[in-house]
Design a protein around this ligand. Structure first.
Ligand code: GLA
Length: 664
């Protein structure tokens, strides 16, 4: 069973017919059919057109759109249209609009102009979601519900009094009593002792650094508050259309929302991704977020939005050169997506996104982009059999939002240079280059099937999490500045690595952040490998020393240690490849395929994806014969892949494979 009732891979994009006169719609659906579009995301920002006055609906135009789509073989990812409240709502109830940390209420005129805690907003979204669900429950085009849009893109938080009240209720739930909150927030510092919840506010703009524990709870609350908005609508949709899957489009690896929690609340994981064509390594960064999307529910997901060429929101919006749009689409499929969709179908004539590329460019069917659209549609049809196939990985990276929020608190850390995404990439980059498949796991997630678990950073770590890592029978790698604080951001007794001390056999005597542009030399496996950004003065209690600093302030001190199968890095080596190579070898982890630099290899079921991200042709020695689904050629041995091109091989002798239909 696919993610939706549409078979094969999904292809299409956001469709905003209300921006065009109706006669254009006929051309739209004719061209969609020509390109093989099988899904369109509709009505994302249509609230003001669907409910022009309170409780007065105008569904006529959307009925005609839905009928046209269906008649042309296009299924609808139908939005509940609640991503932007209409002018009448915010004029009648200005309190719906969000307030920033300095107390300024933002005005109408963009999108996502809502306070996530507003009961007026909630009631209005639920009413519209119900009206939409009842209107389209039996429409044959309806294949999936799309709630909101890129939650937290513009509005992650609101500092109004309604939000403050909501935050206080949330805090009562978490801490039970005001004394509980005082203890958790360490309010004895800087004289912040509260005697009642109504004295507690969101972390509004204050004279100096705000209590980091307050900020941490605020981050948790903001993710939960938006999730409540999503869940309120989902409850209505589940009631009226229990068989229609529900999604909301994620924003790759987003600091603001705990996607482990969010993914558990939806039926289908979908993502929007915009790798920058100007960045030659953007395909590596985006691969990590694709692996996260697949890992969130351990099953295929949908790339719901990407750009066919340039976006419109960077300082300089570089277009995608020939081949890149196809390659990026294939890359998402290679990492477990069951669809490659776009923002948007027809390039806009007006508004902030009029220069954003689209499947059907301003230049119409004569444009280069349209030819690419037709070609991609044909390619995705050739890959239909890939839909639903699983990915197997033996290496897992730990990602925890609580820890991330703690780590990146402003103004109170030993160094502001430790950024979680960069710490993750430091490990993911070499794994990706080596062609090793990677999953992501949350703390306390199921580790069965993995041989190597890497926690690039677990600043926040509980005794339970330490026991979870300790019980893992494979090879464990823990990055620096881990096991530092508990869930209230309070330093563990005895310092880092706190509950991980027994497992790692070391204690951090002192953090040793390195000034920008400097290095702390160390010797690793006979090679000089500088550490940058971060080092630690370690006391080794019960571990062997794999690498020592050589020269500099830490000369002779332990830099990397190992106790049993647990490796600890008290620093950030410029390149972790030597550590990784050794651990992978000891764990018996094999790459998906041996590939030259710039070529990405992934496997889904019996299909091997080889993607050449360089502009030059490369030769790959195929270990097994197979049929390239893109060209129909039978291939074996040394095979050339042109620049920015790919092979998708159905292997002739499929190996044993594990299915991952169930969730971990
Ligand atoms: C996201 C949004 C879209 C659009 C694009 C532009 O994907 O969901 O509405 O703004 O970004 O890149």
């Amino acid at each position: 069973m696919g993610l939706t009732r549409v078979s094969g891979l999904l292809f299409g994009g956001d469709y905003n017919p209300e921006q065009w006169p109706e006669h254009v719609w006929d051309e739209d659906v004719r061209l969609m059919a020509e390109a093989g579009v099988n899904m369109a995301t509709v009505a994302v920002f249509s609230w003001s057109r669907l409910e022009p006055r309170p409780g007065e609906y105008d569904f006529g135009w959307l009925d005609r759109v839905m009928d046209l789509l269906h008649a042309n073989g296009v299924a609808a990812d139908l939005a509940t249209a609640t991503a932007t409240p209409p002018p009448w709502l915010v004029r009648e109830h200005p309190e719906v609009l969000p307030v920033d940390a300095a107390g300024t209420r933002l005005d109408f005129g963009s999108r996502q102009g809502y306070c996530p805690s507003s009961p007026v907003f909630h009631a209005a979204t639920v009413r519209l979601a119900r009206a939409m669900a009842e209107r389209y429950r039996d429409h044959p085009a309806l294949a999936m519900w799309h709630i909101g849009n890129e939650y937290a893109d513009h509005t992650l938080e609101c500092f109004c009094e309604e939000s403050a009240e909501h935050f206080r209720r949330w805090l009562r739930g978490r801490h039970g009593s005001i004394d509980g909150l005082n203890a958790a927030w360490g309010t004895s510092c800087w004289g912040q002792h509260y005697t009642a919840f109504d004295q507690v506010n969101p972390p509004r703009k204050a004279p100096g650094p705000v209590n980091p524990a307050q900020l941490l709870d605020w981050r948790r609350f903001c993710s939960d508050a938006l999730l409540e908005c999503f869940e309120l609508e989902r409850a209505v949709l589940r009631e009226v259309t229990p068989d229609v899957p529900v999604t909301t489009n994620f924003m790759s690896i987003l600091h603001g929302l705990d996607y482990w929690k969010w993914a558990a609340a939806e039926d289908v994981v979908s993502d929007d991704a915009y790798p920058d064509p100007a960045d030659p390594s953007s395909h590596v960064a985006v691969a990590l977020s694709y692996d996260l999307m697949r890992s969130l529910r351990r099953r295929p997901w949908i790339l719901l939005e990407q750009a066919s060429s340039a976006v419109s929101w960077r300082e300089v919006n570089v277009p995608k050169p020939p081949g890149m749009m196809r390659l990026h689409s294939l890359q998402a499929i290679a990492h477990g997506a069951d669809g490659a969709m776009f923002f948007q179908w027809r390039q806009a004539k007006y508004g902030p996104e009029k220069f954003h590329s689209a499947l059907l460019p301003h230049g119409g069917t004569a444009a280069r982009g349209w030819r690419d659209t037709l070609a991609l549609g044909a390619d995705l049809r050739r890959l239909a059999e890939v839909a639903g196939t699983p990915t197997e990985a033996h290496v897992a990276l730990v990602l925890d939002w609580d820890s991330w929020w703690g780590l990146e608190a402003p103004e109170s850390m030993p160094s502001n240079r430790l950024r979680l995404k960069e710490l993750m990439q430091a490990w993911y980059g070499p794994l990706h280059a080596a062609g090793v498949a990677v999953d992501l796991v949350p703390p306390l997630g199921d580790l069965s099937g993995y041989r190597v678990v890497i926690a690039p950073n677990l600043y926040m770590c509980t005794a339970e999490q330490a026991a979870w890592l300790g019980a893992f029978p494979g090879h464990l790698v823990v990055g620096p500045f881990s096991g530092v604080v508990d869930p209230d951001d309070q330093v563990h007794e005895g310092g880092a690595p706190g509950p991980l001390r027994g497992l790692l056999g070391v204690t951090v005597d002192e953090f040793w952040p390195l000034p920008d542009g400097t290095v702390q030399p160390l010797r690793l496996g006979g090679r000089a490998v500088p550490a940058r950004t971060w080092a630690e003065w370690l006391r080794v209690e019960d571990a062997e020393v794999l690498a020592r600093y050589e020269g500099g302030d830490l000369d002779g001190q332990a830099a990397i240690t190992r106790r049993g199968r647990a490796t600890y890095l008290g620093c950030l080596p410029e390149d972790v490849t030597p550590v990784l190579r050794e651990v992978l070898e000891a764990a018996g982890v094999e790459p998906v395929a041996t590939v030259p630099e710039g070529v990405e290899a992934t496997r889904r079921g019996d299909h091997l994806f080889l993607l050449n991200h360089t502009t030059d042709p490369v030769k790959v020695d195929l270990a097994e014969p197979g049929t390239d689904l893109l060209t129909g050629r039978d291939l074996n041995g040394l095979t050339e892949i042109p620049g920015r091109d790919a092979l998708v091989l159905r292997l002739a002798s499929p190996g044993t494979r594990r299915t991952n239909e169930g969730e971990r």
